[in-house]
Design a protein around this ligand. Sequence first.
Ligand code: FAD
Ligand code: NDP
Length: 464
Amino acid sequence: MKGNERMPDFDFDLFVIGGGSGGVRAARMAAQRGARVALAEVAAMGGTCVNVGCIPKKLYSYAAHYADAFEESHGFGWVGNAPVLDWELLKTNRAREIARLNGVYNQLLNSSGVKIITGWATLRDGHTVQMDQQTFTVKTILIATGGTPTVPAVSGREHVVTSDQMFDLTPFPQRLLVVGGGYIACEFASIFNGLGASVTQVHRGEKVLTGFDDDVRQFIAAEMGKTGVTLQLNSEVAAITKTAEGLQVDVKDRSGGTSRLLADTVLYATGRVPNTNGLGLEAAGVALNAKGAVEVNAHYQTSLPSVYAIGDVTARLQLTPVALGEAMVVVDHLLGALTGKKPRSMSYEFVPTAVFTHPNIGTVGYSEADARQKFGKVSVYRSEFKALKHTLSGSAERTLMKLLVDDASDRVVGLHMVGPDAGEIVQGFAVAMKAGATKAVFDSTIGIHPTAAEEFVTMREPVA
Ligand code: FAD
Ligand code: NDP
């Protein structure tokens, strides 16, 4: 698309498949810049994050934190019994808020001039999209179809649920077994434990949260244990059987031991696969990689030049802000000439992330192991403490903070926290790290007292 030139030989300039985080952002931005845009969505507007991901998960995490707050309030002089959870009321209130957000997303798209088309879209070729009996000709196609939970082959697989079903379980699962050690497994184990379930988490590895800093991995496992989650590491589920007492789960550990557990619900949180099936991608000539994800270049262009892809369907960093960032880059790339913006690429360095376990994890930059591998000589600053609040609350929760500094440049290359509001705290530090802040800059920054965050600017002596 050049200048304000229109392409009358196409029905649309841009056709977005998928109304999730990435698709909605790209469609709105492109339409606001004058492109004729259509967006196809087969389910509820907003995609994974809004409907069965970040937002309902965080609402339930808030709900779960109240249990601690009621308990801890006694140390601060509050007397009386804690209220009990009405699970049906929580579900209803969550559903109402999500429905409101679906409406907001629809409204934002409509007011930007995006044509919303409800249904399943497939590619016929690089310039033709098929939906039911309708065919649309388009200059550019953007695939933003996201991903879906995947459950490995296991005997009794038909009895398990994935994160998609967790928000609307009936009745509340008093005994929950969670399989996996990633983001979703740890978050849901924490949240349902907080809401009152008795939770066992079975993970095949030695530590949860592969890829995170080892200290963080160890620390969060201990903290989750203190809150009541039973963690079975080095263990795999052998079979799930439905019995009169509930779901019977046979677990094998790496040393050959076996155990048998009973659960009301078994949640498999063993990763997600890109939604590339049934889209006509391969027939149209869009190459997929070994993971079944759409392969893209630095401009999110696929092997078929008129087709682009962003977000979870490319199976890289599966985070909403990453999908949003990619959407904005791809729109600038496609419509740069309309706005005078130069094409740019997105940096995947120092992407901050949080895991909404209880307590939270916030992290940005390299783990200690990765930093040592990349930079060689690295200084480690580490602080572990009981937060001021817990001097009266009675809670045994502890906080971990860790900084990794590249000795050659003095640049802070890793920042990790396990503790209340870690995600909120780390977001600000991520800006400093993107800007290349050195340890000397951290040291010259005045703290805010009394907070936990001030510890990040007062760590003076390396521990390694
Ligand atoms: P999606 O949001 O998945 O949207 C894809 C859309 O495409 C869907 O609505 C789907 O219905 C539609 N679609 C698919 N195929 C077709 C078709 N052929 N035709 C029409 N429509 C189609 N990320 C964070 O940053 N923070 C969090 O706290 C967080 N929590 C999460 C919790 C859970 C339980 C899960 C599962 C994910 C979480 N994520 C979180 C990840 C985040 O939700 C995803 O990275 C993000 O939603 C990806 O956006 P997307 O646009 O790529 O795809
Ligand atoms: P993850 O990839 O984070 O974790 C998958 C887990 O399942 C790992 O512990 C993995 O073990 C284990 N696993 C994989 N296959 C098997 C198997 N066959 N048997 C037993 N265990 C298995 O995926 P999630 O499903 O937790 O989440 C998907 C993505 O969604 C995340 O990576 C993240 O990007 C995003 N997300 C982000 C959130 C946030 O920002 N707060 C919250 C939730 C999701 P191993 O480590 O040994 O490979």
